[in-house]
Design a protein around this ligand. Structure first.
Ligand SMILES: Cc1cc2nc3c(=O)[nH]c(=O)nc-3n(C[C@H](O)[C@H](O)[C@H](O)COP(=O)(O)OP(=O)(O)OC[C@H]3O[C@@H](n4cnc5c(N)ncnc54)[C@H](O)[C@@H]3O)c2cc1C
Length: 487
């Protein structure tokens, strides 16, 4: 049977040119997964629009033919949110990397969706400004992907997630219309559709332009790395810092296994014998940072830190961050395969949840390394396994699911910043009631009644949890029963 995308290809070439359409099987394989490589599928066709107009036209053609499309930025996602459909179009924004405007008077930047996160800071730095959300993948991940995932990063404790930094989005609806939400102005009346678009994982349309808030570069940044002989002692230091009324810009923790991986991969030189390291960073006006930094270092020592290293210039700071920033990738040095999990618990539940993760690991024999944003209660357990060993993948997936259950039991959530994607869609009913999920489906269908925008992602569908994948050929059931209408 011919692939439905074959009929579209000539029209896509007419819109994006030969260089913007990939049909060759080997080249399509480059795009078969995001950073969570154990979900993979070859896209029917890959389209790389160069301009917003080309992107909107591409979506319009998909809508006309009822063919599903999946947006993709840099493909660093960790929830298989950009997993392609084999009978669909993968729309990649990597050619749309123009920074359209750095507007210092209004403290914002207007950028195309394919711009890498760090490139905004690079462009704003000469004016004394920067872009605050900083996923560890910031050198490569795209702003469009950050908006779709409501991405976080080490500095979200003080500055908030992407949603707190997006002022406006222009996007192609799943019907191929160009719509603007928000803009340079700080507030708009009515329902917060912009807030809803942020974190919608490509299910409400594709961002073609994003207006982000810029922050003044802080006068002073100071960082301390504190080494402890136990995770509990590190946790005590975190509680003591927060209880003292200090709001660090970052509080990151790594356990012994993560330190071992980072040492093996990048020789970060963290203190030998550490069972836990804490990285605490403060920023702001120099007198305030200096006063609070001394207090933070003292609090780490009184919680049991056997060594503290401080940094107040960018080179020293980069050395401290090196191990933490490379921790995910470093796992490859100590394990043939691993699952990067992402869950959140209230900060006070961290010690108990970490202890339970340790027990789960001991009971199952599956090693789990922990690297996390301790200040936010955002955990990133890395579940290690050998995929060549029979049954090991399933055991790791089981432990990984049990960790999410722990997060829910402790009043947390199944994702802090990596999104739901395909990977966790079936876990949404563990957190939300059927009525909650149905309300979300109705919201989604208001934008996408035909169900062609990033299908099978974010919300569980019978199809995802067992039915054969493929585009819906009939009207969305919520539209037919009158409970949703076209946006
Ligand atoms: C080493 C490493 C470290 C990471 N660290 C962090 C971290 O600290 N914090 C964090 O939050 N995440 C982190 N991530 C995850 C990932 O980088 C983020 O989720 C990032 O936002 C994904 O951006 P991307 O451009 O790669 O998006 P993709 O992976 O290409 O896509 C992600 C999702 O966004 C959708 N999408 C992409 N572009 C658009 C668009 N223009 N319009 C609408 N939808 C779109 C896709 O359909 C998909 O659902 C890390 C990943 C890696 C590999």
């Amino acid at each position: 049977m011919p692939n439905p995308v074959d009929t579209l290809t000539p029209r896509l070439r007419a819109i994006c040119g030969d260089e913007g359409v990939i049909t060759d099987s080997t080249r399509r394989r480059t795009y078969e997964s995001d950073g969570l490589a154990y979900h993979a599928a070859q896209p029917g066709v890959v389209v790389l629009p160069d301009t917003p107009e080309q992107l909107v036209e591409t979506v319009r053609v998909c809508a006309e033919h009822g063919v599903p499309f999946v947006p993709r930025g840099a493909g660093t996602g960790l929830s298989a949110g950009a997993l392609p459909n084999s009978d669909g179009v993968l729309i990649v924004t990597s050619r749309m990397r123009r920074i359209r405007e750095i507007d210092i008077e209004n403290e914002c930047a207007v950028v195309e969706p394919g711009v890498a996160n760090l490139d905004i800071t690079r462009a704003a730095a000469p004016y004394g400004y920067y872009y605050a959300p900083d996923p560890s993948s910031q050198q490569v991940c795209s702003v469009g992907g950050n908006v779709a995932e409501n991405s976080g990063g080490a500095h979200c404790l003080k500055y908030g997630f992407t949603v707190n930094h997006v002022r406006g989005v222009r996007f192609a609806t799943p019907q191929g219309e160009l719509v603007s939400l928000g803009g340079k102005a700080v507030e708009a009346p009515g329902y917060d559709l912009l807030g809803a678009f942020v974190g919608s994982e490509g299910t409400l349309g594709i961002a073609t332009e994003v207006t982000v808030r810029l922050e003044r570069t802080p006068q002073q940044v100071s960082t301390v790395l504190a080494a402890f002989t136990s995770m509990d002692a590190g946790g005590e230091a975190v509680s003591a810092i927060i209880s003292a009324g200090v709001l660090p810009s970052a509080v990151e923790m790594m356990d012994a296994l993560s330190i071992e991986a980072a040492e093996t991969a990048v020789s970060c030189g963290y203190p030998p014998g550490a069972e836990a390291v804490l990285i605490v960073e403060l920023d702001g006006p120099t007198p305030e940072v200096e006063a609070q930094f001394a207090e933070v270092v003292a609090l780490c020592r009184s919680a049991g830190a056997f060594e503290t290293r401080t940094a107040s210039d960018p080179e020293e700071r980069a050395r401290i961050w090196k191990g933490r920033k490379s921790a995910f990738a470093a796992m490859g040095r100590i394990s043939p395969a691993y699952i990067v999990q992402d869950g959140v618990v209230p900060r006070t539940a961290l010690p108990e949840v970490l202890r339970r993760i340790g027990e789960l690991s001991a009971e199952s024999g599956v090693r789990v390394a922990n690297v996390f944003h301790a200040g936010d209660g955002n955990l990133h357990p890395l579940v290690l396994f050998d995929d060549s060993e029979p049954g090991a993948t399933e055991r790791a997936a089981e432990v990984s699911g049990a960790i999410l259950d722990l997060c829910i039991e402790h009043g947390g959530s199944i994702t802090g910043e990596h999104g739901v994607g395909v990977d966790k869609a079936c876990q949404m009913p563990r957190m939300f009631s059927p009525a909650d999920v149905r309300t979300m489906e109705r919201f989604r269908a208001a934008f996408d009644p035909a169900g062609i925008a990033n299908p099978e992602k974010l919300l569980p569908t019978p199809r995802l949890c067992g039915e054969r994948p493929g585009v819906r050929k009939t009207e969305h059931p919520l539209v037919s029963d009158g409970s949703a209408e076209l946006f």
